[in-house]
Design a protein around this ligand. Structure first.
Ligand SMILES: C[S@@+](CC[C@H](N)C(=O)[O-])C[C@H]1O[C@@H](n2cnc3c(N)ncnc32)[C@H](O)[C@@H]1O
Length: 300
């Protein structure tokens, strides 16, 4: 959703922009091109291989960007508050991560059940699959995968691991296919389980909540935060975050009831009433974009 991101962030010469999910550096290169000759970009990615790819791509523009390996949850520790005009978070995994069997993100290729974005951490998907109880696995598939057959799938995994640890993407995909056959469905039955495991391994919910809050502290008034999500769990978090920011009150209790409301001015506004989808043309050339949604908030 490159065109849509550029339209939303409107990069200009002299502006300072942040790409918290560099990946291969495609969005970052476009932000720098659109803000030439003097725009500056701060970029990070948790994945060392992605960072290296972005570094190579952005090498001709090295004087106009600062890149580092890190979690976007920590952006506010690195970049001066209220100093930027735009922040982009393009969530999820990149094509190189999915296409590299060794990384273990894809159920379509045989590889170790890894799924770490930052390979310096020790927890892998195999660790989760073999150590969590049936109940814990079922909860995770339900909460982070919106998987309606979570209980059945968790039971099948726990039964299968009695014969030995589940250590590869292929092993796990086959267990899921046995319990939940494909039967002409568009989506592979393992999609949601893999999503839930990946989100847990990388602590994605916590990173996203912290990253959204951090991004807001970096923005000047009028600055914009663009977030691309790829599934409903991520999108709900972004929507909920935005709704809190646009309200003219803070909530002091556990729930949003009139007695817990304290008036305060709205902090942000939605740029579009509804999230934008990828264009048909983009979906044709990149089927993954089918589930992409772009939400944009403007700092007041
Ligand atoms: C969809 S890709 C981004 C593609 C990129 N916009 C481009 O133009 O090539 C998502 C990237 O975000 C990274 N990522 C995901 N969560 C992250 C986080 N919390 N902090 C930093 N990087 C993260 C992943 O490692 C992956 O490289």
């Amino acid at each position: 959703m490159l065109r849509e991101v550029l339209e939303a962030l409107q990069p200009k010469p002299g502006g300072r922009y942040v790409d918290g999910t560099l990946g291969g550096g495609g969005h970052a290169a476009a932000l720098l091109a659109a803000s030439a000759p003097s725009g500056f970009l701060f970029g990070c990615d948790r994945d060392a291989a992605a960072l290296e790819a972005a570094r190579q791509r952005l090498a001709p523009l090295a004087g106009r960007c600062a890149l580092r390996q890190g979690n976007f949850a920590e952006l506010a520790d690195w970049i001066e508050h209220r100093s930027c005009q735009g922040v982009l978070l393009d969530l999820g995994v990149s094509s190189p991560q999915l296409d590299e069997p060794e990384r273990g993100f894809s159920f379509q290729q045989e590889g170790p059940l890894d799924m770490r974005m930052d390979q310096r951490q020790s927890l892998t998907a195999a660790g989760l699959d073999n150590d969590l109880s049936e109940r814990e696995l079922a909860d995770l598939f339900w909460k982070l995968g919106d998987e309606p057959h979570g209980r059945r799938l968790a039971r099948a995994i726990v039964q299968a691991r009695r014969q030995g640890p589940v250590e590869t993407t292929g092993q796990l995909a086959r267990i899921i296919e046995r319990v939940s056959p494909r039967q002409g469905r568009k989506r592979h039955p393992a999609t949601r389980v893999f999503q839930a495991l990946r989100m847990t391994v990388n602590n994605e919910v916590c990173s996203l909540k912290r990253g959204l809050a951090a991004a807001c502290t970096l923005l000047q008034p009028g600055g914009r935060l663009a977030v691309i999500t790829f599934h409903s769990v991520e999108d709900r978090i972004v929507k909920h975050f935005g709704h809190e920011k646009i309200r003219d009150y803070a909530v002091t209790g556990e729930v949003d009831l009139p007695e817990f409301r304290v008036p305060r001015p709205p902090q942000m506004r939605w740029l579009y009433r509804k999230p934008l989808d990828a264009s048909e043309l983009e979906v044709e050339s990149n089927p993954r974009a089918r589930s992409a949604k772009l939400r944009v908030l403007e700092q007041l």
